[in-house]
Design a protein around this ligand. Structure first.
Ligand SMILES: [Fe+2]
Length: 304
C-alpha cells in the first residue's frame, strides 16, 4: 500500500516501530504529531509556511534561543504553576514562591561565605545590598545553604553570554552561616529585552508582542534536606513588572526597596555612604526525597 490518506499516514507514523523504544516518548510523540497533523489540515498550512517554520526552528536552535521562546510562550511559568498545583494538592507548605530559571544560569560561580560583592568592585548603577536569611517552612534557619545569585548588567547583559563582561561577573555563590544569613552588594539591575534581529524577536514581532522583562535578580538555593528553590525577585517600579515577557512576576517576589540606609555595619562590603537595601528571607520546603534536594539547576538536571 503506497497511496495513503492523511489518516492512514498518521496511523503509520504513530504506530510504526521495530523495537519497544521508550514508551513514554512514543506516547508524547504520538500526541504532538497528531496535533500537528490536525493543525496543518485545519489551518490549511501551506508548504511555504511549513518550511519557513522549519528554517526558523533551525535558526532558533543555532542561536541558542530555545530557552527564550519557552519562557516567552509561557511554558516555563506553566511548569511552575503545575508544581504549585501539585504542592497545594499534597498540602505542602509553599515557602518562597518558585519562579522561572531562564536560560542564562551558569554553574561554578566563585563561592563566598555569608557575604560578597557581585559587581567586581565597579558599581554601574545604584549601589544595592540585598540581605536576609534562608529559613525552612518551620521558620528555622537553614545553615550552610548554597545560594547562587545572578543578574544582568547595566545594559541587560549576562556574563558568559554578553560580550565584554568578565567571567562570572554579577554571578556569585554564597554559603549561609549557622543562622542562615546571607548578604551581597551589587547594583540595581535594569530590565532588559530579548535580542533584536533574532529568531526570538522575529516571532514576537509577528505576534505583535514586546519582548521586555522587568528588572529582576535570579536565585538558585540549595541545602541538604531542603527542596531546591529556583526563583527570582523583582525590583518594584519597573514599567513591565506586571507585563513580563516571560510571565515570571509573582506577588511574593517583589522586594521592598529601602533608600538612604545608613552605612554603619556595611563597611566590609565597601559601603561608606547611604545606600539602597532590600531585606528578603528565602523559605525552603523540606525535601521529600533526594531528587527534590538535587543541587543541579533545572537544565543541568537533564544534561549532566
Ligand atoms: Fe534574567
Amino acid at each position: 500500500m503506497a497511496e495513503l490518506t492523511q489518516k492512514q499516514l498518521l496511523d503509520i507514523v504513530n504506530t510504526k516501530h521495530i523495537a519497544p523504544g521508550n514508551p513514554r516518548l512514543r506516547q508524547i510523540s504520538e500526541r504532538i504529531v497528531t496535533d500537528l497533523f490536525k493543525t496543518i489540515d485545519e489551518l490549511d498550512i501551506t508548504p511555504d509556511e511549513f518550511w519557513a517554520a522549519t528554517d526558523w526552528l533551525n535558526r532558533l536552535a543555532q542561536g541558542g534561543q530555545v530557552g527564550l521562546i519557552t519562557a516567552g510562550l509561557g511554558f516555563d511559568r506553566l511548569l511552575d504553576i503545575r508544581m504549585d498545583e501539585a504542592d497545594e494538592k499534597a498540602g505542602r507548605a509553599a515557602g518562597t514562591p518558585r519562579a522561572i530559571e531562564g536560560p542564562l544560569f551558569v554553574a561554578g560561580a566563585p563561592t563566598a561565605q555569608v557575604e560578597t560583592r557581585l559587581d567586581e568592585g565597579e558599581p554601574k548603577g545604584e549601589i544595592f545590598v540585598m540581605e536576609g536569611q534562608v529559613l525552612d517552612t518551620d521558620g528555622k534557619p537553614v545553615a550552610n545553604a548554597m545560594m547562587d545569585v545572578w543578574h544582568a548588567n547595566e545594559v541587560g547583559g549576562y556574563s558568559h553570554f554578553f560580550p565584554g563582561m568578565k567571567p562570572y561577573e554579577l554571578r556569585r555563590r554564597i554559603e549561609t552561616d549557622a543562622q542562615g544569613n546571607y548578604r551581597f552588594r551589587s547594583y540595581l539591575p535594569p530590565g532588559y529585552a530579548i535580542p533584536p534581529n533574532s529568531p526570538t524577536s522575529e516571532l514576537f514581532a509577528a505576534l505583535g508582542r514586546h519582548g521586555n522583562r522587568p528588572a529582576h535578580i535570579h536565585f538558585l538555593v540549595v541545602a541538604p534536606g531542603q527542596r531546591t528553590l529556583t526563583t527570582q525577585v523583582n525590583i518594584p517600579g519597573d514599567t513591565y513588572i506586571d507585563d513580563d515577557f516571560a510571565f515570571a512576576t509573582r506577588d511574593g517576589l517583589i522586594v521592598k526597596i529601602e533608600k538612604d540606609v545608613a552605612p554603619a555595619g556595611y563597611e566590609s562590603l565597601g559601603i561608606t555612604a547611604p545606600f539602597t537595601r532590600a531585606r528578603f528571607d528565602f523559605v525552603m520546603q523540606k525535601a521529600l526525597n533526594e531528587d527534590e534536594a538535587s543541587p543541579a539547576a533545572r537544565m543541568a538536571r537533564v544534561t549532566a
